[in-house]
Design a protein. Structure first.
Length: 449
């Protein structure tokens, strides 16, 4: 039996064979399951503002922060922010926070979740908005309103596809009232609430992350749920406001440096970051551009969904001709997949090429002694085990990192992201999928020496 500690203390790079053996011998790290965390813990502060697939729990980020950084001017980065778990954690501690997400709605959610608003001011703004909209509580069709519904004309066809006429009008009125708000931070706060309720107000099959219509669904009336969600967000903001140091709140723009952009181009200087905590996309799993399309349509975030999709890492819409992933474990997986599906082999190859570039960028921005923590699970696709974590270890080494630690954690079923469909590898609703998605995942930690 290979001694895991022994391998990890070897200064030279691990060969692909010893990486594979290392993972086989690795036991579960029980302290990293966070089984004692309740939903009220995982959705504390602003963490419950917006649903987001495969978001990680704040407790995991907090634990990594406790173990790896201390001091006042710590800088934490996340190249795949998603709904901003890492960024919110960094701001809550008064650290510098930077990062990117290519998904426009992810950027908006992260910005709003990490911007504490003065509670009395926010309360006044919410009451004002709700008073303008309160007629929707009792209104029935046809709606005659002083507020002209704002329904993005160029997306009308798609909006009609997902929404009943009544909900479309009501949502349009709410959106127009939001746009009438002058304060951008407040407007963005309202837009996140608006974005969060869209799925419930549409005929999108509720438990599904795939764009599927459910003609039996009775969509929720927008105003009632919007009001409820705003109240929930208001409580979350107050708790967050109280935790963020006053000095940080007053000079937030000095601390928060986030962009809607690509993970391979971080908005920070060389050797400036202490810790990276992130969870990358998976190959051919979520199509983030598709699954957030209701928000993309209403908030008019993209004119061309198919171009937008191409920019996402892990999308099924990408391939690189004549380029091969650098990792030999990745190459082996791609050649196994070639025997089953050329298309999927190309997608996997493209995914690992893209991820290598992300690791190079992590290496560029970290200080010497800094660490990157990549949270990732392995998954079968068409009967072939896609050893993402093993590839990440090899690729991180190829980018210059020394592998410092590998944590193998169980994800308690109550916080399991979702289940996967064995054939397509896509996330599916729990009852449709034939196996759990990631009962196990890894935190692969690279050190820049
Ligand atoms: C697993 S999620 C991250 C979830 C996040 N840890 C959280 O707690 O919400 C992966 C994210 O990668 C983003 N992404 C995909 N391709 C990207 C790219 N090229 N550059 C930056 N972000 C990208 C997706 O939009 C998605 O938000």
């Amino acid at each position: 039996m290979i001694n895991v500690i022994e391998i990890l203390t070897q200064p030279e790079n691990l060969s692909s064979q010893s990486i594979l053996e290392l993972f086989k011998a690795k036991g579960i790290d029980k302290d990293w399951s966070f089984t004692e965390s309740k939903p009220s813990d995982t959705s504390k502060w602003t963490h419950g503002y917006h649903r987001y697939p495969a978001k990680f729990i704040p407790q995991l980020v907090e634990q990594l922060v406790v173990e790896y950084v201390s001091g006042r001017d710590v800088h934490i980065n996340d190249p795949f922010m998603g709904c901003g778990t890492t960024i919110v954690t960094a701001i809550s501690k008064g650290f510098f926070a930077s990062g990117t997400d290519i998904n426009k709605i992810a950027f908006l959610i992260t910005k709003v979740k990490s911007t504490p608003l003065e509670p009395n001011y926010l309360n006044k703004k919410i009451q004002l908005l709700l008073s303008k909209l309160s007629f929707l509580d009792t209104a029935s069709l046809p709606l005659f309103s002083a507020i002209e519904p704002l329904i993005p004309a160029k997306h009308l066809e798609k909006i009609n596809y997902w929404f009943t006429a009544a909900n479309k009008t009501e949502l349009g009125i709410i959106l127009q009232a939001i746009h009438n708000e002058d304060d951008k931070d407040i407007r963005d706060f309202f837009l996140v609430a608006f974005s969060h309720i869209l799925k419930n107000c549409s005929i999108w099959l509720q438990g599904s992350t795939k764009p599927t219509r459910d003609f039996k669904k009775i969509p929720v009336k927008p105003y009632a749920i919007f009001k409820r969600h705003l109240n929930k967000m208001q409580r979350g903001n107050e708790a967050f406001f109280n935790i963020v140091p006053a000095k940080i709140r007053q000079h937030l723009s000095n601390r928060l440096n986030i962009q809607n952009g690509d993970a391979r181009q971080q908005p920070v200087e060389n050797s400036s970051v202490d810790l990276i905590v992130t969870s990358s996309p998976y190959v051919t799993s979520y199509e983030y551009a598709d699954l957030h399309q209701l928000s993309t349509l209403w908030l008019d975030l993209s004119d061309n969904l198919s171009e937008y999709r191409q920019e996402f890492i892990g999308t099924t819409h990408k391939k690189y001709h004549e380029r091969q992933a650098q990792s030999t474990i990745a190459q082996h997986i791609v050649s196994q997949m070639l025997r089953v599906s050329r298309k999927m082999a190309n997608e996997i190859n493209a995914y690992f090429i893209d991820m290598q570039e992300v690791f190079n960028e992590s290496y560029r921005i970290l200080k010497r002694g800094g660490r990157c923590c990549y949270v990732i699970g392995n998954t079968p696709l068409k009967g072939i085990e896609i050893l993402n974590a093993e590839v990440f270890v090899e690729s991180l080494q190829q980018s210059g990192f020394v592998i410092d630690r590998i944590i193998k954690r169980e994800i308690p079923s109550k916080i399991l992201p979702q289940a996967r469909d064995d054939k397509t590898g896509r996330f599916a609703s729990a009852n449709k999928a034939n196996r759990d998605a990631y009962p196990i995942e890894y935190i692969v930690i690279g050190l820049k020496e």
